[in-house]
Every structure is written in structure tokens, then in C-alpha cells.
Design a protein around this ligand. Structure first.
Ligand code: C5P
Length: 309
């Protein structure tokens, strides 16, 4: 076998409800993940030693050594597979990036999930999907969802997943990529600071938005647009004030809903259909309120092998 290539999607959070910080530094959350048609591609090939090459969107900002999340996934899978009747040899991992780096779209987690799927195939580990998801969760909070795809409720750190039973509605999104990045830990820390500054306000435990789930079950895009929510948004905007303008511009141009993607700084707009998404994308890029735009749709499946040979 020469190599395995896996395609893996970016994610949005249609709801991101964040609870108080836990003793381990993470936050318990309730989130509605939604995988969209912006894909990275990861290829693994047998090699003399573990190596990673990154090309494409923001490649120069992706760590190229063992700190790379995909390489951590490779190491975690190798450790889990070692006692089985397989020989998990060294691999060269090539990451072709289209998902912007540190943009709130879980691109690094996506690459880790893709590396897991690819190495699992290459090494024929025989591990179950459930075990693979457990390994994914040790690598990062969003990695298990990148394996699953579709639309799913995430709890705990985001790694405990329940697929949402939703109809086959396609949602059309416009992503506005910012000229800059945000660090996820910095955004969570800013949220904690904002909350502790609001005297006496103890953040409630995070709860699932029943109205959003009901809108998703009935495939009602207008309702979904109204229920989009992200507790991290005020924190992201406080660290990246230009996002206020981007969100306002999208809302003025007429969208069903707008929010910051995950920990940002990408902004996300829901359009009523593919034509409206195209109009919105053109107007937003003309308005000069972001670095570039992309039209995507969702839900799409999680990490999947596209070629093996
Ligand atoms: O799990 P992951 O490495 O993707 O998380 C990155 C950072 O985001 C964590 O170190 C933590 O600061 C923050 N985080 C959090 N609560 C979560 C998920 C992430 O505080 N549920």
C-alpha cells in the first residue's frame, strides 16, 4: 500500500453554551456541532520516520513537528494499536489545508481526525469506531466530532456526542475569514474575565437550546437562523473588535442569522438558499469587512477515505 488520503470537514457551532471553568482548566459545555463543506485533505504514507508536511491556506502557521495535532493523533493511535496484531510503522503525513488556521473552525482537530482515520486504515488496527472516538477525545475536544460529522450535540468538553436526528435540509452558509487569528485558550480566558467582572453573576450550567433543536428537526432555516448562539462571541469580539463591523455588515445585507464561529475570528452567516448565499458573499467581499469569504453548505459527513492505493 502506498498511501491513504482522507477528506475532513470544518465545523460550525450552531449553539455554544459555556459553563463555568472546571478544576482541569476546561469548561463544561453544551454545543450543537455542524460539519460544513470546507475540507482539508490528509494523506499518510509509510516512511522511515514520522514526519509532517503542511501545504495550502495558512500552512506556515501550522506546527511542523510532534506538536502538530495530526502527529499527536498518529502517536495516540500507535500507542493504542501496539498490543494488537498490527505493526504501526512510521508515517509521512501530508496536510493540504483549506480550513484557515486558528479561525474557530476546528481545522487542527479536523486534521487530527483525518490522520486517525488514515492510519487506522493503513495499519489495519481493527479498532472499533467507539475506541477510535475515545482516542480522538484524548487528542482534542473537537476531534471526535470531526470523525462523526453531520449535526450533533456535544457535551462535556465537547467530546461526548449525540448525533442530531435532523431531516435532509441543506443549510447555506457564508463564512467571512478575518485578517488575523484568535487563540482558543485566550478566548475562553477572556470569557471568564468578562463573567467575573459582571459582579454576582455566576455562569449557569450550560443547557441545550430546545428551540434550536426543534428548528433543526423541522428543517426551518429561518428559525435556525434566529436561534444561533455563541457564549464565546462577546469574548472573541472583545479581543478582536473588528468583528463587530463584519457581523453588522452581514446582518444589514439580510441574513437569517449571524454569529462568530467557535472561538473566532471567522464570522458565519446563514442564507435562505444558495442564490442568497452567493449574493451575500459578493456583497460582503465588496464591503471590505473581512479578508475573504467562502460559501459552504452543511451538514456533510465526517472524516472519510477518498483514495487508498
Ligand atoms: O481540547 P482543545 O485542545 O481543543 O482545547 C483548546 C483549549 O480551549 C483548552 O486548552 C482550553 O483552554 C479551551 N477549552 C475549554 N473548554 C472546552 C474546550 C476547550 O476551556 N470545553
Amino acid at each position: 500500500m502506498t498511501g491513504i488520503t482522507v477528506r475532513v470537514p470544518a465545523k460550525l457551532n450552531l449553539q455554544l453554551a459555556v459553563g463555568p471553568p472546571r478544576a482541569d482548566g476546561y469548561h463544561d459545555l453544551v454545543t450543537v456541532f455542524h460539519a460544513v463543506s470546507l475540507f482539508d485533505q490528509v494523506t499518510v504514507e509509510p516512511a522511515g520516520r514520522d514526519e509532517v508536511t503542511v501545504a495550502g491556506e495558512g500552512a506556515d502557521r501550522v506546527p511542523a513537528g510532534q506538536d502538530n495535532l495530526a502527529m499527536r493523533a498518529v502517536a495516540a493511535l500507535r500507542a493504542a494499536a501496539r498490543n494488537r496484531k498490527t505493526s504501526p510503522g512510521s508515517v509521512h503525513v501530508t496536510i493540504a489545508k483549506r480550513i484557515p488556521v486558528a479561525a474557530g473552525l476546528a481545522g487542527g482537530s479536523a486534521d487530527a481526525a483525518a490522520a486517525l482515520v488514515a492510519c487506522n486504515e493503513l495499519w489495519a488496527t481493527g479498532l472499533t469506531q467507539r475506541r477510535l472516538r475515545e482516542i480522538a477525545a484524548t487528542v482534542g475536544s473537537d476531534v471526535a466530532f470531526a470523525l462523526l460529522g453531520g449535526t450533533a450535540v456535544g457535551r462535556g468538553r465537547g467530546e461526548q456526542l449525540t448525533p442530531a436526528l435532523a431531516p435532509t435540509t441543506r443549510y447555506h452558509w457564508v463564512l467571512a475569514f478575518a485578517d488575523g487569528q484568535l487563540s482558543t485558550p485566550a478566548v475562553y480566558a477572556a470569557l471568564d474575565r468578562l463573567r467575573s467582572a459582571q459582579e454576582g453573576i455566576v455562569p449557569p450550567g450550560a443547557t441545550l437550546d430546545a428551540a434550536l433543536m426543534s428548528a433543526l428537526r423541522s428543517g426551518d432555516a429561518a428559525q435556525v437562523g434566529q436561534r444561533l448562539s455563541n457564549d464565546l462571541q462577546p469574548a472573541a469580539v472583545s479581543l478582536f473588535p473588528a468583528l463587530r463591523k463584519t457581523l453588522a455588515a452581514g446582518l444589514e445585507l439580510g441574513t437569517l442569522g449571524a454569529l462568530v464561529a467557535g472561538s473566532g475570528p471567522t464570522c458565519v452567516f446563514l442564507a435562505a438558499n444558495a442564490e442568497r448565499a452567493l449574493e451575500l458573499a459578493v456583497s460582503l467581499s465588496g464591503a471590505g469587512v473581512c479578508r475573504s469569504v467562502a460559501r459552504v453548505s452543511g451538514p456533510v459527513p465526517g472524516a472519510a477515505v477518498v483514495s487508498a492505493g
